[in-house]
Write a protein that binds this ligand. Structure first.
Ligand SMILES: NC(=O)c1ccc[n+]([C@@H]2O[C@H](COP(=O)([O-])OP(=O)(O)OC[C@H]3O[C@@H](n4cnc5c(N)ncnc54)[C@H](O)[C@@H]3O)[C@@H](O)[C@H]2O)c1
Length: 271
């Protein structure tokens, strides 16, 4: 099959909000010949987005499944329905994520646990649920299965106003490395992408929260100030970020595992 991902079957979580990274990854994967299962909460917005993705793909190349990534039962269903529909799973993109913007003083333990559940625990549950199918991927593709965790520059860069997010993303990095070591002999590669400032609904809400917390006077100044921390001085678009996910899912990356791709304009490298 044509394309850099021709014939591969990919699950992409958190792909139900217009303009977000998950949707951009689905679009890029479909363009490169993958068959894609996008998952997210079912909302009016996800209905519209998934209908658009379905129209953009060849018939029978796309499914949308309702999914709470914190639920083991939901993951079992998603893995089973994907394998039944498309004959296996070659690529798992753990992309869903949330943030509660507060430091330790103004966060509850419950806040911390909520963020950990989506940004960290779901990577564990999802990888475990898809593992039997990912193991079989090497029978179809020499590069084997690929798990790609969407982390953040927050995994290596501290902040005083976003405790759960930074801790969960840092833990996700070690989970990625441990999984790469454990699954290498099974020919499953596990890597992470660390986006910097990527203009999506999540980041726009985040910048508005930073303004409310008094960290910046306006959203525009917050964006300019954070972008200005990197030598390029710019923010990213979701479509830019999606390129890193195409590479890691492709056979071009068959020798790449345990890698962290810093897709952050070097904003995070200052820490
Ligand atoms: N935008 C950025 O600048 C940026 C930077 C670094 C990392 N990231 C990471 O990229 C990923 C995507 O973020 P985005 O900016 O596109 O944000 P987004 O809010 O637009 O997308 C996140 C998606 O995750 C879904 N989601 C949240 N909780 C879920 C759950 N329990 N079950 C299923 N789906 C759930 C949301 O519905 C949403 O569609 C996240 O993991 C985020 O931490 C983003």
């Amino acid at each position: 099959m044509a394309g850099r991902l021709g014939g591969k079957v990919a699950i992409v979580t958190g792909a139900g909000r217009d303009g977000n990274i998950g949707v951009a990854i689905c679009e890029a994967y479909l363009r490169e010949g993958a068959r894609v299962v996008a998952t997210d909460f079912r909302t009016a917005e996800s209905e519209v987005v998934s209908a658009r993705l379905a129209r953009s793909a060849p018939a029978e190349h796309f499914r949308f499944l309702t999914h709470d990534v914190t639920s083991e039962a939901n993951w079992a269903q998603v893995a089973a329905e994907t394998a039944a529909a498309f004959g296996g799973i070659d690529v798992l993109v753990n992309n869903a994520g949330i943030a509660i913007h507060a430091g330790i003083e103004h966060s509850s333990l419950d806040d911390l646990r909520k963020v950990m559940a989506v940004n960290h625990d779901a990577l564990f549950i999802g990888t475990k649920a898809c593992l039997p199918e990912l193991k079989r991927s090497v029978q179809r593709f020499p590069g084997g299965g690929s798990v790609i965790n969407n982390l953040s520059m927050a995994s290596y860069m501290p902040s005083g106003i976003n405790i759960g997010y930074h801790v969960s993303k840092a833990a996700g990095r070690m989970l990625t490395l441990c999984a790469a070591v454990e699954f290498g002999p099974m020919k499953i590669r596990v890597n992470s992408v660390h986006p910097g400032l990527t203009m999506t609904p999540l980041i726009r809400e985040g910048l508005a929260d930073y303004v409310k917390l008094g960290a910046y006077p306006t959203v525009e100044e917050a964006e300019a100030s954070i972008a200005g921390m990197g030598p390029l001085g710019i923010s990213s678009d979701p479509e830019d970020t999606a390129h890193a996910f195409v590479y890691l899912a492709s056979e071009e990356a068959r020798f790449v595992t345990g890698a962290s791709i810093y897709h952050d304009g070097a904003i995070g490298q200052r820490y």
